[in-house]
Design a protein around this ligand. Structure first.
Ligand SMILES: Cc1ncc(COP(=O)(O)O)c(C=O)c1O
Length: 367
């Protein structure tokens, strides 16, 4: 068996891929360390308030129908989104998390050698998707944690196929403002797909934060990505969605697998869209948690990057992996971001007041 594996050669592009490394699941830490106490996970930017209660209730009512395949075209969910966002269903695509939509974009559009421009750092799946499809990653370093609009614009050439940015950026939590995004979108030529990933947009109530949906009427090459994983608390269901013009959506629909959004996920996501009370509570929790952590980080002498998301990038004087390991031994999982080239930083999800307090107590004992 092992000899056979040796002979079968991988596609060239795949050989150097380092697989995506998610935040450690709680069960894995329990298995590894045999820890008895309750583990707290602040590693994957999940919603600490749990799932949207409306989503849970709606899914309960349909649990006995999972013997049936789901609606392949997500008719009900897309219609609900169409009402909510004021777009035709042909302008909407749903996927198994927005990571699937990222994959579909690359699968549909990237030929080997095509150039993909992205911020550095940015969500690691952009790099992995480029590698899988043989795209050439053109990484433009953030300037003082902001997107370098001039750097991105200057990097565009006839080989550029996609520009993909996250707004806010994972892992820094910083945003590109409306003024700068307006400037950037104007400079993207029509042969380039401009993907704006707004996974954390619902957390942001700031007039400087652009509404990328405004670009859809004017620009045919814009794709916007959103997700139910963050503010709606449905990361485990895996539902992401995207908006674009109908030709691009039709192209992405060609390369997806059938039934890519499961039955309960469709029901739960549609119900979550109506859960305005939960969204409001999640924003409030995030804002107060952010203020509390800023204050405590200052007290502890921990530097941080002010965030627009539901996570904070904290900076340490020495190797952050050591702090990560010590925190884990004390029952808290945070996120190292070595793969983003930041060995001295940890990305920490903002929790509930109790969780934040526990985090601060643990950090205080470590540093
Ligand atoms: C910027 C960004 N985009 C996309 C995703 C993926 O989200 P989903 O759960 O919808 O696949 C994440 C997840 O952390 C993210 O940070």
């Amino acid at each position: 068996m092992s000899i056979l594996l040796f002979v079968i050669e991988l596609r060239n592009f795949v050989q150097n891929i380092r697989p995506y490394k998610p935040g450690k699941p709680i069960e894995e830490v329990v298995r590894e360390l045999g820890i008895k106490k309750k583990i707290l996970k602040l590693a994957s930017n999940e919603n600490p308030l749990g799932p949207s209660p409306k989503a849970v209730q709606a899914m309960h009512a349909k649990i006995n129908e999972v013997n049936l395949y789901p609606d392949d075209n997500c008719y009900y969910l897309k219609n609900k989104m169409s009402e909510t966002f004021g777009l035709a269903t042909e302008n909407i695509i749903t996927g198994s998390g927005s990571v699937e939509l990222i994959e579909l974009i690359f699968k549909a559009y990237v030929n080997p050698g095509d150039e993909i421009i992205m911020g550095d750092p940015s969500f690691i799946m952009y790099k992995i998707a480029s590698q899988i499809f043989g795209g050439k990653r053109v990484a433009i370093p953030l300037k003082n944690y902001d997107q370098d609009v001039k750097g991105i614009t200057d990097a565009i050439n006839s080989a550029t196929k996609i520009i993909i940015i996250d707004n806010p950026v994972n892992p820094t939590g910083t945003i590109i403002t409306k003024e700068y995004l307006d400037r950037l979108v104007k400079n993207v030529p029509s042969h380039v797909l401009f993907v704006i990933d707004e996974a954390y947009r619902e957390y942001i109530e700031d007039s400087e934060y652009p509404n990328a949906m405004d670009y859809l009427t004017e620009y045919d090459n814009v794709v916007i990505l959103h997700t139910f994983s963050k503010i709606y608390g449905l990361a485990g269901l895996r539902v992401g969605y995207g908006f674009s013009n109908k030709e691009i959506i039709a192209a992405l629909m060609k390369v997806r697998l059938p039934f890519n959004v499961n039955q309960l996920a469709q029901i739960g996501a549609a119900a979550a869209l109506d859960d305005t009370e939960f969204v409001k509570r999640s924003i409030e929790n995030n804002e107060s948690g952010k203020e509390y952590l800023y204050k405590e980080f200052k007290r502890l002498g921990v530097a941080y990057t002010p965030t627009y998301g539901n996570f904070i990038l904290a900076h340490f004087e020495h190797d952050a992996k050591e702090i990560f390991q010590k925190a884990q031994k004390r029952g808290i999982i945070v996120r190292t971001i070595l793969e983003y080239g930041l060995p001295h930083s940890l990305r920490i999800t903002i929790g509930t007041p109790q969780q934040n307090k526990r985090l601060v107590e643990v950090l205080q004992t470590i540093i």
